[in-house]
Design a protein around this ligand. Structure first.
Ligand code: NAD
Ligand code: DAU
Length: 342
């Protein structure tokens, strides 16, 4: 009997990496292929514990490379595709939007074509709540699956465009797809350009933490392990063509997040420095996950338990993030942030 073959794109990154490890360990009877271009955001050192397992395979390739994708799909005849690969950082999309179109839009469309060609059983597209735009500060409003798409940043515009292509391939060609739209993730292997790992890594070095604007913008935080169980459920039980929102009702202002980390690490709040606001900075995101909960999903982490586990992980895995923040990252950081004393 042939094994089920699952292609996970972007599996050297943060969420894709956690999902690869989750799938390799949970489904020894599946062949898990991790496809990644290994951009600045991808690294394979995170997979040391699974890299020798029989059901784990790595392919270095760019999803926008049509020839490479068609050859690979024809050779492996994947059953399931779970598509994470993307340029994922809003600030970088403000600096250089073009790469976001090439990877997030064209790359996704290439994968859809290759999936159509071989007739996959399921294509799960990992999208984001940012495609809905922003909410105001009224705590009773949430994004549902019916909220109109209204992206504000080049990043979210590229993700919304890719969502529309996924939808169109279902409507036009009958490709069995799902789209998931998740809120902000945090947890192990989160690249230190994003708020939570940036704060942890800088506070541990007694360096200033840059907070955009007044720090009152709100994000809805979900531990990456809970995101993995949600995607697993959608992959196996999601209704073809459907969208599922994923979130755990953990709304916090950025200032609350940063202060929680500083206080947990026993450092001074004077490390906080308010810096020039992000252009087009979305005020608030908040997910209504009722549809996914009806399918049987429940998050297991509160923000309190999740952030404690995450801080612990960064303390135990300094060698992973220290080699990142000491390299090319420094050039990006200097370009992105201006501190008072610079
Ligand atoms: P990440 O930046 O940590 O990882 C992205 C991965 O994709 C990297 O390993 C990178 O090398 C790879 N990649 C980039 N361009 C590629 C290309 N052209 N071909 C092949 N591989 C390429 O991203 P993440 O935070 O793990 O996000 C993963 C997905 O989840 C993205 O699609 C993102 O939009 C979505 N998402 C992220 C969050 C979040 O909070 N991080 C929340 C909701 C949705
Ligand atoms: O909502 C889901 C999205 O969450 C994903 O689609 C994106 O891929 C992911 O990067 C994340 O986007 P955000 O822009 O919300 O995440 P980020 O960590 O960059 O910022 C979180 C909040 O913190 C946001 O309001 C901006 C603020 N911030 C961020 C950084 C990096 C700061 O105040 N200072 C900073 O230095």
């Amino acid at each position: 009997m042939t094994q089920i073959k699952v292609l996970i794109t972007g599996g050297a990154g943060f969420i894709g990496g956690n999902f690869v490890q989750y799938m390799v360990n949970k489904y020894p009877m599946y062949d898990i292929f991790n496809l990644d271009a290994l951009t600045y955001a991808g690294d394979l050192t995170k997979h040391r514990e699974i890299e020798n397992k029989k059901n784990y395979h790595f392919v270095k390739a760019n999803i926008a490379d049509r020839k490479a994708m068609f050859e690979l799909f024809e050779k492996e005849k994947f059953d399931y595709i779970v598509h994470f690969a993307a340029e994922s950082h809003v600030d970088r999309s403000i600096i250089d939007p073009g790469i976001f179109v090439r990877t997030n839009v064209i790359g996704t469309q290439v994968l859809l074509d290759a999936s159509k060609q071989i007739g996959v059983s399921k294509f799960v597209h990992i999208s984001t709540d940012e495609v809905y735009g922003e909410l105001d500060f009224n705590p009773t409003t949430f994004f549902t699956e019916d909220t109109p798409l209204n992206p504000n940043s080049p990043y979210s515009a590229s993700k919304a465009s890719s969502d529309l292509f996924v939808r169109a391939y279902h409507e036009t060609f009958g490709l069995p797809v799902n789209i998931t739209r998740c809120s902000n993730n945090y947890g192990p292997f989160h690249f230190p350009e994003k708020l939570i790992p940036l704060t942890i890594s800088r506070v541990l070095k007694d360096e200033k933490v840059p907070v955009y604007g007044d720090g009152k913008n709100i994000r809805d935080w979900l531990h990456v392990f809970d995101h993995c169980t949600a995607i697993d459920l959608v992959l196996h039980k999601g209704d073809n063509g459907d969208v599922y929102n994923i979130g755990g009702h953990n709304e916090l202002t950025n200032l609350e997040v940063v202060k929680t980390i500083i206080n947990t690490l026993g450092k001074s709040e004077e490390l906080i420095e308010f810096v020039v606001d992000r252009l087009g900075h979305d005020k608030r995101y908040a997910i209504d996950p009722a549809k996914l909960e009806k399918l049987g999903w429940k998050p297991t982490y509160t923000f309190e338990t999740g952030i404690a586990q995450t801080i612990e992980w960064y303390l135990d895995n300094k060698c992973w993030w220290e080699q990142i923040v000491s390299g090319e990252y420094q050039n990006y950081f200097k370009k992105q942030y201006k501190f008072e004393k610079d």
